[in-house]
Ligand binder design. Structure first.
Ligand code: FAD
Ligand code: MLT
Ligand code: ZN
Length: 476
Protein backbone atom coordinates (compact mmCIF):
# COMPACT_ATOMS: atom_id res chain seq x y z
CA UNK A 1 0.00 0.00 0.00
CA UNK A 2 1.25 3.52 -0.70
CA UNK A 3 2.99 5.59 1.95
CA UNK A 4 0.55 8.41 1.49
CA UNK A 5 -3.03 8.81 2.55
CA UNK A 6 -3.93 10.86 -0.51
CA UNK A 7 -4.70 7.98 -2.89
CA UNK A 8 -8.00 6.12 -2.72
CA UNK A 9 -6.73 2.86 -4.15
CA UNK A 10 -4.91 1.12 -6.95
CA UNK A 11 -6.64 1.45 -10.32
CA UNK A 12 -7.35 -1.78 -12.21
CA UNK A 13 -4.12 -1.94 -14.19
CA UNK A 14 -2.56 -5.27 -15.10
CA UNK A 15 0.32 -6.54 -13.00
CA UNK A 16 3.67 -7.44 -14.55
CA UNK A 17 3.74 -11.10 -15.56
CA UNK A 18 6.61 -13.41 -16.46
CA UNK A 19 5.64 -12.99 -20.08
CA UNK A 20 5.88 -9.21 -19.78
CA UNK A 21 9.36 -9.54 -18.30
CA UNK A 22 10.36 -11.75 -21.20
CA UNK A 23 9.21 -9.05 -23.62
CA UNK A 24 11.20 -6.34 -21.78
CA UNK A 25 14.28 -8.55 -21.48
CA UNK A 26 14.21 -9.31 -25.17
CA UNK A 27 13.90 -5.62 -26.01
CA UNK A 28 16.33 -4.15 -23.47
CA UNK A 29 18.45 -7.10 -22.28
CA UNK A 30 20.29 -6.20 -19.05
CA UNK A 31 18.60 -2.82 -19.04
CA UNK A 32 15.49 -4.40 -17.52
CA UNK A 33 16.09 -4.13 -13.77
CA UNK A 34 14.22 -6.31 -11.29
CA UNK A 35 16.77 -6.53 -8.46
CA UNK A 36 14.97 -5.03 -5.42
CA UNK A 37 18.19 -3.42 -4.14
CA UNK A 38 18.69 -1.60 -7.42
CA UNK A 39 15.02 -0.59 -7.51
CA UNK A 40 15.07 0.85 -4.00
CA UNK A 41 16.38 4.33 -4.88
CA UNK A 42 14.05 4.65 -7.89
CA UNK A 43 11.04 3.83 -5.73
CA UNK A 44 11.88 6.55 -3.20
CA UNK A 45 11.70 10.30 -3.85
CA UNK A 46 14.50 12.81 -3.20
CA UNK A 47 12.79 14.09 -0.06
CA UNK A 48 12.33 10.56 1.21
CA UNK A 49 8.66 11.39 1.69
CA UNK A 50 6.90 8.93 -0.63
CA UNK A 51 7.71 5.39 -1.60
CA UNK A 52 6.40 3.13 -4.33
CA UNK A 53 6.66 -0.61 -4.74
CA UNK A 54 7.58 -1.04 -8.38
CA UNK A 55 9.31 -4.29 -9.25
CA UNK A 56 10.49 -3.28 -12.71
CA UNK A 57 12.77 -0.49 -13.86
CA UNK A 58 13.30 -0.07 -17.61
CA UNK A 59 16.29 1.81 -18.99
CA UNK A 60 15.77 2.43 -22.72
CA UNK A 61 18.51 4.04 -24.82
CA UNK A 62 16.47 5.20 -27.80
CA UNK A 63 13.15 6.73 -28.76
CA UNK A 64 12.34 3.54 -30.64
CA UNK A 65 12.73 1.52 -27.45
CA UNK A 66 10.50 3.93 -25.50
CA UNK A 67 7.94 3.63 -28.26
CA UNK A 68 7.97 -0.17 -28.14
CA UNK A 69 7.70 -0.16 -24.34
CA UNK A 70 4.69 2.16 -24.34
CA UNK A 71 2.93 0.38 -27.20
CA UNK A 72 3.26 -2.85 -25.27
CA UNK A 73 2.26 -1.39 -21.89
CA UNK A 74 -0.75 0.36 -23.40
CA UNK A 75 -2.00 -2.87 -24.97
CA UNK A 76 -1.45 -4.78 -21.75
CA UNK A 77 -2.76 -1.90 -19.62
CA UNK A 78 0.39 -1.74 -17.52
CA UNK A 79 0.91 1.59 -15.74
CA UNK A 80 4.15 3.48 -16.37
CA UNK A 81 5.96 6.09 -14.29
CA UNK A 82 8.39 8.18 -16.39
CA UNK A 83 11.44 9.12 -14.33
CA UNK A 84 14.36 11.47 -14.96
CA UNK A 85 16.82 12.38 -12.20
CA UNK A 86 14.21 11.76 -9.49
CA UNK A 87 14.73 15.18 -7.90
CA UNK A 88 11.07 16.20 -8.10
CA UNK A 89 9.64 17.68 -4.91
CA UNK A 90 5.93 16.83 -5.17
CA UNK A 91 5.98 13.03 -5.19
CA UNK A 92 5.44 12.84 -8.96
CA UNK A 93 8.62 11.02 -9.91
CA UNK A 94 8.12 7.72 -8.09
CA UNK A 95 5.39 5.10 -8.41
CA UNK A 96 2.48 5.09 -6.00
CA UNK A 97 1.87 1.34 -6.29
CA UNK A 98 3.63 -1.03 -8.70
CA UNK A 99 3.84 1.15 -11.82
CA UNK A 100 6.74 0.27 -14.12
CA UNK A 101 9.49 2.86 -13.83
CA UNK A 102 10.68 4.10 -17.22
CA UNK A 103 13.98 5.87 -16.66
CA UNK A 104 15.65 8.23 -19.15
CA UNK A 105 19.06 7.78 -17.49
CA UNK A 106 20.64 6.12 -20.53
CA UNK A 107 19.15 8.55 -23.04
CA UNK A 108 21.95 11.02 -22.48
CA UNK A 109 23.34 12.01 -25.85
CA UNK A 110 23.66 15.51 -27.27
CA UNK A 111 22.20 15.27 -30.78
CA UNK A 112 23.32 18.61 -32.19
CA UNK A 113 24.39 22.11 -31.27
CA UNK A 114 24.26 25.07 -33.64
CA UNK A 115 26.74 27.79 -32.66
CA UNK A 116 25.05 30.39 -34.82
CA UNK A 117 21.51 30.02 -33.53
CA UNK A 118 22.47 28.69 -30.08
CA UNK A 119 20.01 25.81 -30.46
CA UNK A 120 20.87 22.62 -28.58
CA UNK A 121 19.09 19.37 -29.35
CA UNK A 122 19.61 16.46 -26.99
CA UNK A 123 18.04 13.33 -25.60
CA UNK A 124 15.79 13.78 -22.57
CA UNK A 125 18.07 12.02 -20.10
CA UNK A 126 20.97 14.49 -20.36
CA UNK A 127 21.85 15.77 -16.88
CA UNK A 128 21.40 19.55 -16.69
CA UNK A 129 24.91 20.19 -15.34
CA UNK A 130 26.49 18.07 -18.08
CA UNK A 131 24.66 20.16 -20.66
CA UNK A 132 25.87 23.34 -18.95
CA UNK A 133 29.47 22.07 -19.07
CA UNK A 134 29.09 21.05 -22.71
CA UNK A 135 27.80 24.52 -23.60
CA UNK A 136 30.31 26.47 -21.52
CA UNK A 137 33.11 24.87 -23.54
CA UNK A 138 31.41 26.39 -26.58
CA UNK A 139 30.82 29.81 -24.97
CA UNK A 140 27.10 29.27 -24.35
CA UNK A 141 24.97 28.52 -21.26
CA UNK A 142 21.70 26.75 -20.53
CA UNK A 143 18.75 29.16 -20.11
CA UNK A 144 17.90 27.45 -16.82
CA UNK A 145 19.82 26.59 -13.69
CA UNK A 146 18.73 24.95 -10.44
CA UNK A 147 20.16 23.51 -7.27
CA UNK A 148 19.41 19.98 -8.50
CA UNK A 149 21.52 20.48 -11.66
CA UNK A 150 23.93 17.63 -10.80
CA UNK A 151 21.12 15.05 -10.97
CA UNK A 152 18.05 16.39 -12.78
CA UNK A 153 17.52 15.59 -16.46
CA UNK A 154 16.50 18.09 -19.12
CA UNK A 155 13.46 15.88 -19.87
CA UNK A 156 12.45 16.09 -16.20
CA UNK A 157 12.98 19.84 -16.26
CA UNK A 158 10.68 20.18 -19.25
CA UNK A 159 8.13 17.74 -17.80
CA UNK A 160 7.93 19.86 -14.63
CA UNK A 161 8.41 23.19 -16.43
CA UNK A 162 11.15 23.88 -13.90
CA UNK A 163 11.74 27.56 -13.15
CA UNK A 164 14.92 27.94 -11.16
CA UNK A 165 17.49 30.64 -10.69
CA UNK A 166 17.67 32.21 -14.16
CA UNK A 167 13.99 32.53 -15.07
CA UNK A 168 14.02 36.24 -14.26
CA UNK A 169 16.48 36.76 -17.11
CA UNK A 170 15.75 34.10 -19.72
CA UNK A 171 12.08 33.36 -19.11
CA UNK A 172 10.32 30.03 -18.69
CA UNK A 173 10.78 26.83 -20.67
CA UNK A 174 7.54 27.67 -22.48
CA UNK A 175 9.65 30.26 -24.29
CA UNK A 176 13.09 28.67 -24.50
CA UNK A 177 12.05 25.15 -25.50
CA UNK A 178 11.71 25.31 -29.27
CA UNK A 179 10.85 21.70 -29.95
CA UNK A 180 10.13 18.35 -28.35
CA UNK A 181 10.02 14.74 -29.37
CA UNK A 182 7.42 12.90 -27.34
CA UNK A 183 6.28 9.29 -27.28
CA UNK A 184 2.54 9.10 -26.71
CA UNK A 185 0.83 6.51 -24.52
CA UNK A 186 0.10 4.22 -27.46
CA UNK A 187 3.71 4.27 -28.65
CA UNK A 188 3.26 6.84 -31.42
CA UNK A 189 6.27 9.12 -31.80
CA UNK A 190 5.31 12.79 -32.06
CA UNK A 191 8.19 14.61 -33.69
CA UNK A 192 7.83 18.32 -32.91
CA UNK A 193 11.57 18.79 -32.65
CA UNK A 194 11.89 21.63 -35.18
CA UNK A 195 14.46 24.10 -33.95
CA UNK A 196 12.84 27.29 -35.17
CA UNK A 197 12.40 30.54 -33.27
CA UNK A 198 9.12 31.19 -35.05
CA UNK A 199 6.54 28.63 -36.15
CA UNK A 200 2.83 29.43 -36.19
CA UNK A 201 1.66 26.43 -38.20
CA UNK A 202 -1.37 25.43 -36.18
CA UNK A 203 -1.52 24.69 -32.47
CA UNK A 204 1.78 24.67 -30.62
CA UNK A 205 1.44 21.08 -29.40
CA UNK A 206 4.77 20.90 -27.60
CA UNK A 207 3.46 23.38 -25.01
CA UNK A 208 1.02 20.73 -23.77
CA UNK A 209 3.88 18.53 -22.65
CA UNK A 210 5.84 21.28 -20.91
CA UNK A 211 4.74 20.96 -17.30
CA UNK A 212 2.58 17.86 -17.90
CA UNK A 213 4.58 15.85 -15.33
CA UNK A 214 4.73 12.64 -17.33
CA UNK A 215 0.93 12.32 -17.58
CA UNK A 216 0.52 13.03 -21.32
CA UNK A 217 3.58 11.50 -22.97
CA UNK A 218 7.21 10.60 -22.46
CA UNK A 219 9.57 13.33 -23.60
CA UNK A 220 12.47 11.71 -25.45
CA UNK A 221 14.30 14.71 -26.95
CA UNK A 222 14.42 18.46 -26.46
CA UNK A 223 15.48 21.43 -28.61
CA UNK A 224 16.28 24.44 -26.50
CA UNK A 225 17.49 27.95 -27.20
CA UNK A 226 20.68 28.73 -25.30
CA UNK A 227 22.04 32.20 -24.54
CA UNK A 228 25.62 33.22 -25.22
CA UNK A 229 27.86 32.90 -22.17
CA UNK A 230 28.10 36.29 -20.47
CA UNK A 231 31.65 37.68 -20.27
CA UNK A 232 31.18 39.18 -16.85
CA UNK A 233 29.32 37.70 -13.90
CA UNK A 234 29.07 39.37 -10.49
CA UNK A 235 27.28 38.22 -7.39
CA UNK A 236 26.33 40.41 -4.43
CA UNK A 237 25.09 39.03 -1.11
CA UNK A 238 23.29 41.65 0.96
CA UNK A 239 21.52 41.95 4.29
CA UNK A 240 18.25 43.84 4.91
CA UNK A 241 16.51 44.54 8.18
CA UNK A 242 12.95 44.17 6.88
CA UNK A 243 11.10 42.62 3.96
CA UNK A 244 9.85 46.08 3.02
CA UNK A 245 13.47 47.20 2.60
CA UNK A 246 14.17 44.10 0.56
CA UNK A 247 11.31 45.01 -1.78
CA UNK A 248 12.55 48.56 -2.12
CA UNK A 249 16.02 47.19 -2.89
CA UNK A 250 14.44 45.02 -5.59
CA UNK A 251 12.75 48.04 -7.16
CA UNK A 252 15.94 50.03 -7.09
CA UNK A 253 17.85 47.06 -8.52
CA UNK A 254 15.46 46.72 -11.45
CA UNK A 255 15.93 50.40 -12.23
CA UNK A 256 19.71 50.51 -11.91
CA UNK A 257 20.76 47.03 -13.09
CA UNK A 258 17.80 46.18 -15.34
CA UNK A 259 19.50 44.86 -18.46
CA UNK A 260 22.30 42.98 -16.68
CA UNK A 261 20.27 41.58 -13.76
CA UNK A 262 20.19 37.77 -13.98
CA UNK A 263 18.94 36.74 -10.52
CA UNK A 264 17.30 38.31 -7.49
CA UNK A 265 16.89 35.67 -4.78
CA UNK A 266 16.21 35.87 -1.05
CA UNK A 267 16.40 33.88 2.16
CA UNK A 268 15.37 34.74 5.70
CA UNK A 269 17.43 34.46 8.88
CA UNK A 270 15.84 31.07 9.73
CA UNK A 271 17.29 29.66 6.48
CA UNK A 272 20.68 31.11 7.40
CA UNK A 273 20.52 29.33 10.76
CA UNK A 274 19.81 26.02 9.02
CA UNK A 275 22.77 26.52 6.65
CA UNK A 276 25.03 27.26 9.60
CA UNK A 277 23.76 24.46 11.84
CA UNK A 278 23.37 21.61 9.38
CA UNK A 279 25.88 22.38 6.61
CA UNK A 280 28.42 24.43 8.61
CA UNK A 281 28.30 27.19 6.00
CA UNK A 282 29.58 30.56 7.20
CA UNK A 283 27.45 33.68 6.85
CA UNK A 284 29.64 36.00 4.74
CA UNK A 285 28.07 39.19 6.17
CA UNK A 286 26.64 40.48 9.47
CA UNK A 287 23.53 38.76 10.75
CA UNK A 288 20.34 40.21 9.27
CA UNK A 289 16.65 39.30 9.20
CA UNK A 290 16.77 38.97 5.38
CA UNK A 291 19.44 38.20 2.82
CA UNK A 292 19.44 38.95 -0.90
CA UNK A 293 21.51 37.33 -3.61
CA UNK A 294 21.84 39.42 -6.74
CA UNK A 295 23.59 38.20 -9.86
CA UNK A 296 24.51 40.32 -12.85
CA UNK A 297 25.53 38.86 -16.19
CA UNK A 298 26.68 41.10 -18.97
CA UNK A 299 29.14 41.62 -21.77
CA UNK A 300 31.45 44.28 -20.34
CA UNK A 301 33.10 43.66 -16.96
CA UNK A 302 34.02 47.30 -16.32
CA UNK A 303 30.55 48.60 -17.16
CA UNK A 304 28.86 45.93 -15.07
CA UNK A 305 31.07 46.50 -12.04
CA UNK A 306 30.52 50.25 -12.26
CA UNK A 307 26.76 49.76 -12.41
CA UNK A 308 26.78 47.30 -9.54
CA UNK A 309 28.88 49.58 -7.34
CA UNK A 310 26.73 52.58 -8.01
CA UNK A 311 23.65 50.49 -7.14
CA UNK A 312 25.32 49.28 -3.93
CA UNK A 313 26.25 52.82 -2.98
CA UNK A 314 22.65 53.92 -3.45
CA UNK A 315 21.07 51.13 -1.39
CA UNK A 316 23.64 51.40 1.38
CA UNK A 317 23.54 55.16 1.67
CA UNK A 318 19.76 55.10 1.80
CA UNK A 319 19.94 52.39 4.49
CA UNK A 320 17.94 49.89 2.47
CA UNK A 321 20.83 47.47 2.85
CA UNK A 322 22.80 47.06 6.08
CA UNK A 323 25.79 45.03 4.94
CA UNK A 324 27.01 43.23 1.84
CA UNK A 325 29.77 41.50 -0.05
CA UNK A 326 30.52 41.18 -3.76
CA UNK A 327 32.18 38.39 -5.74
CA UNK A 328 33.63 38.46 -9.22
CA UNK A 329 35.85 35.38 -9.11
CA UNK A 330 34.40 31.94 -9.69
CA UNK A 331 35.17 30.35 -6.30
CA UNK A 332 33.58 33.14 -4.28
CA UNK A 333 30.60 33.35 -6.65
CA UNK A 334 30.03 29.64 -6.06
CA UNK A 335 30.32 30.04 -2.30
CA UNK A 336 27.75 32.84 -2.27
CA UNK A 337 25.36 30.86 -4.49
CA UNK A 338 25.67 27.93 -2.05
CA UNK A 339 23.99 30.10 0.59
CA UNK A 340 20.89 30.10 -1.58
CA UNK A 341 21.09 26.81 -3.49
CA UNK A 342 21.79 24.57 -0.51
CA UNK A 343 18.80 25.57 1.62
CA UNK A 344 16.79 22.63 0.25
CA UNK A 345 19.53 20.26 1.39
CA UNK A 346 19.88 21.96 4.80
CA UNK A 347 16.15 21.51 5.37
CA UNK A 348 16.38 17.75 4.90
CA UNK A 349 18.72 17.64 7.91
CA UNK A 350 16.26 19.58 10.04
CA UNK A 351 13.55 16.90 10.03
CA UNK A 352 10.51 16.09 7.93
CA UNK A 353 9.87 19.01 5.58
CA UNK A 354 6.48 20.26 4.42
CA UNK A 355 7.23 22.18 1.23
CA UNK A 356 5.10 24.89 -0.36
CA UNK A 357 5.91 26.62 -3.61
CA UNK A 358 3.68 29.64 -3.97
CA UNK A 359 3.33 32.45 -6.52
CA UNK A 360 1.90 35.69 -5.23
CA UNK A 361 2.06 39.39 -5.99
CA UNK A 362 5.65 40.00 -4.85
CA UNK A 363 4.77 42.46 -2.10
CA UNK A 364 2.67 39.74 -0.42
CA UNK A 365 5.10 36.84 -0.43
CA UNK A 366 6.62 37.18 3.02
CA UNK A 367 3.33 37.93 4.77
CA UNK A 368 2.45 34.26 4.25
CA UNK A 369 5.55 33.17 6.20
CA UNK A 370 4.78 35.55 9.05
CA UNK A 371 1.12 34.50 9.18
CA UNK A 372 2.04 30.81 9.05
CA UNK A 373 4.51 31.22 11.92
CA UNK A 374 1.84 32.86 14.01
CA UNK A 375 -0.79 30.31 12.97
CA UNK A 376 1.37 27.29 13.89
CA UNK A 377 3.01 28.67 17.04
CA UNK A 378 5.25 26.03 18.60
CA UNK A 379 3.66 23.14 16.67
CA UNK A 380 6.34 23.49 13.98
CA UNK A 381 10.08 23.13 14.51
CA UNK A 382 10.95 25.79 11.94
CA UNK A 383 8.99 27.91 9.47
CA UNK A 384 11.29 29.36 6.83
CA UNK A 385 10.96 31.45 3.69
CA UNK A 386 13.22 31.77 0.67
CA UNK A 387 12.75 31.96 -3.05
CA UNK A 388 12.79 33.77 -6.32
CA UNK A 389 11.76 37.35 -5.48
CA UNK A 390 12.19 38.38 -9.09
CA UNK A 391 9.46 35.89 -10.08
CA UNK A 392 7.12 36.51 -7.11
CA UNK A 393 7.81 32.92 -6.05
CA UNK A 394 8.01 32.04 -2.36
CA UNK A 395 9.30 28.73 -1.01
CA UNK A 396 7.60 28.32 2.36
CA UNK A 397 9.00 25.31 4.22
CA UNK A 398 7.91 23.95 7.57
CA UNK A 399 9.90 21.31 9.45
CA UNK A 400 9.01 18.95 12.25
CA UNK A 401 11.07 16.22 13.94
CA UNK A 402 9.05 13.53 12.13
CA UNK A 403 6.02 13.22 9.83
CA UNK A 404 3.19 14.80 11.81
CA UNK A 405 -0.42 14.47 10.55
CA UNK A 406 -1.71 16.99 13.12
CA UNK A 407 0.81 19.57 11.94
CA UNK A 408 -0.11 18.85 8.31
CA UNK A 409 -3.78 19.39 9.15
CA UNK A 410 -2.88 22.76 10.64
CA UNK A 411 -0.94 23.78 7.51
CA UNK A 412 -3.36 22.55 4.83
CA UNK A 413 -5.76 23.84 3.60
CA UNK A 414 -4.78 27.04 5.50
CA UNK A 415 -1.82 27.67 3.18
CA UNK A 416 -3.92 27.10 0.06
CA UNK A 417 -6.82 29.26 1.26
CA UNK A 418 -4.37 32.04 2.07
CA UNK A 419 -2.88 31.78 -1.41
CA UNK A 420 -6.25 31.67 -3.17
CA UNK A 421 -7.36 34.79 -1.30
CA UNK A 422 -4.71 36.73 -3.24
CA UNK A 423 -5.23 34.87 -6.55
CA UNK A 424 -1.86 33.18 -6.13
CA UNK A 425 -0.69 29.85 -7.50
CA UNK A 426 -0.37 26.86 -5.17
CA UNK A 427 2.40 25.50 -7.39
CA UNK A 428 4.64 28.10 -8.92
CA UNK A 429 7.32 25.80 -10.34
CA UNK A 430 7.40 22.32 -8.77
CA UNK A 431 4.15 20.95 -10.21
CA UNK A 432 1.31 19.10 -8.50
CA UNK A 433 2.56 15.50 -8.60
CA UNK A 434 0.98 13.32 -5.96
CA UNK A 435 1.06 15.73 -3.07
CA UNK A 436 -0.77 18.73 -4.49
CA UNK A 437 -3.07 17.39 -7.21
CA UNK A 438 -6.20 17.57 -5.05
CA UNK A 439 -5.60 21.26 -4.34
CA UNK A 440 -5.64 22.28 -8.00
CA UNK A 441 -9.04 23.94 -7.48
CA UNK A 442 -7.47 26.62 -5.33
CA UNK A 443 -5.71 27.96 -8.41
CA UNK A 444 -7.76 26.80 -11.42
CA UNK A 445 -11.47 27.12 -12.23
CA UNK A 446 -13.55 23.91 -12.64
CA UNK A 447 -13.82 24.42 -16.41
CA UNK A 448 -10.03 24.44 -16.76
CA UNK A 449 -9.64 21.31 -14.63
CA UNK A 450 -12.35 19.52 -16.66
CA UNK A 451 -10.61 20.44 -19.91
CA UNK A 452 -7.35 19.06 -18.52
CA UNK A 453 -9.22 15.82 -17.85
CA UNK A 454 -10.47 15.74 -21.45
CA UNK A 455 -6.97 16.30 -22.80
CA UNK A 456 -5.68 13.48 -20.62
CA UNK A 457 -8.42 11.11 -21.87
CA UNK A 458 -7.67 11.98 -25.46
CA UNK A 459 -3.91 11.50 -25.25
CA UNK A 460 -3.88 8.60 -22.80
CA UNK A 461 -7.31 6.90 -23.00
CA UNK A 462 -6.24 3.94 -20.87
CA UNK A 463 -4.66 6.20 -18.26
CA UNK A 464 -1.34 4.33 -18.13
CA UNK A 465 0.95 7.36 -17.94
CA UNK A 466 1.88 8.43 -14.42
CA UNK A 467 -1.52 7.60 -12.91
CA UNK A 468 -2.55 9.17 -9.56
CA UNK A 469 -0.56 12.32 -10.40
CA UNK A 470 -1.28 15.94 -11.33
CA UNK A 471 -5.03 15.63 -12.01
CA UNK A 472 -7.33 15.51 -8.97
CA UNK A 473 -8.86 12.22 -7.81
CA UNK A 474 -12.34 13.46 -8.78
CA UNK A 475 -11.34 13.06 -12.46
CA UNK A 476 -10.43 9.40 -12.08
P1 FAD B 1 12.00 13.67 -11.94
O1 FAD B 1 12.06 14.10 -10.54
O2 FAD B 1 12.55 12.34 -12.26
O3 FAD B 1 10.49 13.75 -12.46
C1 FAD B 1 9.70 14.85 -12.22
C2 FAD B 1 8.37 14.69 -12.97
O4 FAD B 1 8.58 14.70 -14.38
C3 FAD B 1 7.67 13.37 -12.69
O5 FAD B 1 6.29 13.59 -12.72
C4 FAD B 1 8.08 12.47 -13.84
O6 FAD B 1 7.14 11.49 -14.12
C5 FAD B 1 8.19 13.47 -14.98
N1 FAD B 1 9.22 13.15 -15.97
C6 FAD B 1 10.56 13.05 -15.78
N2 FAD B 1 11.18 12.82 -16.95
C7 FAD B 1 10.21 12.76 -17.90
C8 FAD B 1 10.23 12.55 -19.32
N3 FAD B 1 11.34 12.37 -19.99
N4 FAD B 1 9.04 12.57 -19.95
C9 FAD B 1 7.88 12.79 -19.29
N5 FAD B 1 7.82 12.98 -17.98
C10 FAD B 1 8.97 12.97 -17.28
N6 FAD B 1 12.45 23.01 -9.42
C11 FAD B 1 12.30 24.25 -9.92
O7 FAD B 1 11.37 24.48 -10.68
N7 FAD B 1 13.16 25.25 -9.59
C12 FAD B 1 14.21 25.06 -8.76
O8 FAD B 1 14.95 25.99 -8.47
C13 FAD B 1 14.42 23.75 -8.24
N8 FAD B 1 15.45 23.49 -7.42
C14 FAD B 1 15.59 22.26 -6.89
C15 FAD B 1 16.66 22.04 -6.02
C16 FAD B 1 16.84 20.80 -5.43
C17 FAD B 1 18.00 20.58 -4.50
C18 FAD B 1 15.92 19.75 -5.73
C19 FAD B 1 16.10 18.40 -5.11
C20 FAD B 1 14.86 19.96 -6.60
C21 FAD B 1 14.67 21.21 -7.18
N9 FAD B 1 13.60 21.49 -8.04
C22 FAD B 1 13.47 22.74 -8.58
C23 FAD B 1 12.56 20.47 -8.34
C24 FAD B 1 12.49 20.13 -9.81
O9 FAD B 1 11.21 19.76 -10.22
C25 FAD B 1 13.50 19.28 -10.37
O10 FAD B 1 14.74 19.31 -9.81
C26 FAD B 1 13.59 18.97 -11.86
O11 FAD B 1 12.96 19.79 -12.77
C27 FAD B 1 13.07 17.56 -12.02
O12 FAD B 1 13.85 16.90 -12.96
P2 FAD B 1 14.15 15.36 -12.81
O13 FAD B 1 14.88 14.93 -14.02
O14 FAD B 1 14.78 15.05 -11.52
O15 FAD B 1 12.67 14.76 -12.87
C1 MLT C 1 14.73 26.31 -4.85
O1 MLT C 1 14.41 27.37 -5.38
O2 MLT C 1 15.67 26.24 -4.02
C2 MLT C 1 14.04 25.08 -5.27
O3 MLT C 1 12.83 25.30 -5.92
C3 MLT C 1 13.98 23.97 -4.28
C4 MLT C 1 13.14 24.24 -3.07
O4 MLT C 1 12.08 24.83 -3.18
O5 MLT C 1 13.55 23.83 -1.98
ZN1 ZN D 1 12.71 27.35 -6.54
Amino acid sequence: SPATGTVPGRLPFATVSQQDLEFFNKLLHSRTITDPDLLESSNRDWLNSVKGSSEVLLRPESTEEVSQILRYCNERRLAVNPQGGNTGLVGGSVPVFDEIILSTALMNRVLSFDRVSGILTCQAGCVLEKLSDYLEERDFIMPLDLGAKGSCHIGGNVATNAGGLRLLRYGSLHGTVLGLEVVLADGQVLNCLAGLRKDNTGYDLKQLFIGSEGTLGVITAVSILCPHKPNAVNVAFLGCSSFQQLLETFQCCRGMLGEILSAFEFLDSSCMKLLETHLKLVNPITESPFYILIETAGSNATHDEEKLHSFLETVMSSSLVDDGTVATEQAKIKALWAMRERITEALTHDGYTYKYDISLPVEKIYQLVTDMREHLGDRAKNVVGYGHVGDGNLHLNITSPAKDPALLAAIEPYVYEWTARFQGSISAEHGLGLKKKNYIHFSKPPEAVALMGNIKSMLDPRGILNPYKTLPDCLR
